[in-house]
Ligand binder design. Structure first.
Ligand code: CP
Length: 305
């Protein structure tokens, strides 16, 4: 029986290197055989207090391909939260109706709190600018699939490294595998010290840049991110940096043959559409890999794999 049975996933640091590799291996099985009737009779709740396309729909798709049922809401506007119901009461109520709760919430730390009050496991689908561990796992899956291994890669992360929760989770996870990190951001959106400390404590290197062109020739992975306008306290500060990095196809001429461009999506303007047809563009396949990872997580946590 899986060590992951019954455990919440709130932060990628909740998982050991072995746990991560186990999920990636199960996800590979699902990529080979996506339709398995193992969730029949199980109900998954999906509570999205913040907008989503990929995470919510790939969870729904994952459950349905496995023969399970999914309940929930895509916006708090249609829940009793609008009447003043607390997060604790919402979780305690929904846990009566489901075997596992997937939750996205705009507040940092809300997923950890939910996991502490919930009698059923919580899968964090993003909490504020803090963590997005299921995205992290699909990013790792995409990196392993395209590079052949997770070990010792050079990864460049570009854009909003302050508010972008996906890069925080990914740095923490790749620090288990010996990566070298290249952080490219405006000065106001640098990677938080707490995340850089994880890299230092792992005995690894990180380098900081403001110029995107410097990292293109050295990267195995270019991980582009959106400037997270909705998290800026001052809209004028967002205006100053919203066009800071725009990757276009001609800029990839100097990149390694095996390099791939990843992006958690949605994109706004940080990758021009002429990159989409370049074989180095991997972001839509990356989003597809999310189904296999979410199938693997649900199956492992419910003790079905
Ligand atoms: N990558 C990601 O979290 O996308 P959504 O916000 O559309 O779920």
């Amino acid at each position: 029986m899986s060590k992951l049975k019954g455990r919440s996933l709130v932060s990628i640091t909740d998982y050991s290197k072995d746990d991560i590799l186990k999920i990636l291996d199960i996800a590979e099985e699902f990529e080979q055989n996506q339709r398995q009737d193992i969730l029949r009779g199980h109900v998954i709740a999906s509570l999205f207090f913040e907008p989503s396309t990929r995470t919510r729909l790939s969870f729904e798709s994952a459950v349905q391909y496995l023969g399970g049922s999914i309940i929930g809401f895509a916006s708090p506007d249609v829940s009793s939260v609008t009447k003043g119901e607390s997060l604790k009461d919402t979780i305690l109520t929904v846990s009566n109706y489901s075997d596992l709760i997937v939750m996205r919430n705009p507040l940092d730390g809300s997923a950890r709190y939910a996991s502490e009050v919930s009698p059923v496991p919580i899968l964090n689908a993003g909490d504020g600018a803090n963590q997005h561990p299921t995205q992290c796992l699909l990013d790792l899956y995409s990196i392993r699939k395209t590079q052949g291994s997770l070990d010792n890669i050079h990864i460049a992360m570009i854009g909003d490294l302050k508010y972008g929760r996906t890069v925080h989770s990914l740095v923490q996870a790749l620090s288990l595998f010996g990566a070298t990190f290249h952080f490219v951001s405006p000065d106001s959106l640098k990677m938080p010290s707490s995340v850089k400390t994880v890299v230092k404590n792992a005995g690894l290197e990180y380098h900081q840049y403001t110029d995107l062109t410097e990292v293109i020739p050295i990267a195995d992975i270019l991980y582009m991110t959106r400037i997270q306008g909705e998290r800026f306290p001052d809209p004028l500060e967002y205006e100053k940096v919203k066009n800071a990095y725009i990757l276009s196809n001609d800029m990839l001429d100097d990149s390694k043959e095996t390099m791939k461009v990843l992006h958690p999506l949605p994109r706004v303007n940080e990758i021009t559409e002429d990159v989409d047809d370049n074989p180095k563009a991997y972001y839509f396949q990356q989003a597809k890999n999310g189904i296999y990872i979410r199938q693997a997580l649900i199956a492992a946590i419910l003790g079905l794999k």
